[in-house]
Design a protein around this ligand. Structure first.
Ligand code: NAD
Length: 283
């Protein structure tokens, strides 16, 4: 068997065209363009790349973006004051603070300071709680992007056994909540899980979000399953690679996402969807 490739890059480009059309209509109807404020602290190279992709996509779809750059030694209070100001700004519909923040800053306090109605990353406990209570408002971007990919390949989720590897607030936990909401039977694995190969072998839907290149061996994959690799790692040669042994896994899975070009572009496009949604909710 050779898995079909889930082309997130192509699908995200298609979604970008749709959102661009929706925003054009929104503006034609007399509203201002949705506004997204992006906050970046420090000079982590990966964060710089993610932020520039987000800003570029805003320009492409017609979202008005503002970038707030801070040096790594910025104090907590300065960031809190910026968030307060953005919360009050009527031209801003979405606020995104690029994570991780440099050591010494309290991420939790900053995330919780964002008005939940403008929390387009969906990471405020209010939005995570809404997702847990099955009435989501703004949903975390990467898990929502994965759900959009799964819907697009028309896989039957109800009753499927979904195994999520990784339990972070950013990806693993909200991913499990999304899959539960889609009526999967969900197993969540993390660094203390025993017998990872056995857990992986039971997955009809496998979502991996750990950040360890090649952690998931191809021979563990259940034949005919759907494999979603969220992990992004640098190989020794400097290439982006996922957490799953792609070449071996593609001979067992029915569907698989590549890295790069799978989940990454979906995260960016979902941020655009969330920003438009926030603008609609606030108007
Ligand atoms: P994290 O470090 O916060 O969490 C990692 C999780 O993996 C933890 O729950 C930990 O318990 C678990 N884990 C660690 N070792 C394990 C092991 N041996 N077996 C099973 N579980 C193990 O990371 P994160 O922020 O959730 O990100 C995970 C990966 O996803 C990273 O590579 C990150 O770069 C990537 N990511 C990609 C996108 C995207 O859009 N493609 C978005 C967010 C994160």
């Amino acid at each position: 068997m050779s898995a079909k490739i889930i082309d997130g890059k192509k699908f995200a480009a298609h979604l970008a065209d749709n959102i661009k059309g929706e925003i054009l209509q929104w503006v034609t109807d007399g509203h201002r363009a949705p506004g997204l404020a992006v906050v970046i602290v420090g000079d982590d190279p990966a964060s710089q790349v993610y932020v520039s992709k987000k800003i570029k996509m805003c320009e492409q779809v017609g979202i008005s973006s503002s970038l707030h750059r801070f040096s790594a030694d910025t104090g907590q209070q300065e960031l809190i004051e910026l968030i307060d100001q953005l919360n009050q700004d009527p031209k801003i519909d979405g606020i995104l603070v690029q994570l991780p923040l440099p050591g010494g800053l309290n991420e939790e306090q900053i995330t919780e300071r964002i008005d939940p109605k403008k929390d387009v990353d969906g990471l405020h406990p209010y939005n995570l709680g809404r997702l847990a209570a099955q009435s989501p408002l703004l949903r975390p971007c990467t898990p929502r992007g994965v759900m959009t990919l799964l819907e697009n390949i028309n896989v039957d989720l109800a009753g499927a056994h979904a195994v999520v590897i990784g339990a972070s607030n950013l990806v693993g936990r909200p991913m499990a909540l999304e899959l539960l909401r889609a009526r999967c039977t969900v197993t969540i694995c993390h660094s203390r899980t025993r017998d990872l190969p056995k857990q992986v072998g039971q997955a009809d839907i496998l979502v991996v979000a750990v950040g360890q290149a090649g952690l998931i061996k191809g021979e563990w994959i259940k034949p005919g399953s759907v494999v979603i690799d969220v992990g992004t790692n640098r190989s020794e040669a400097g290439h982006l690679i996922g957490d799953v042994e792609f070449e071996a896994a593609r001979h067992r899975a029915a569907w698989i996402t590549p890295v790069p070009g799978g989940v990454g572009p979906m995260t960016v496009i979902t941020l655009m969807q969330n920003t438009l949604q926030a603008a609609r909710n606030l108007s």
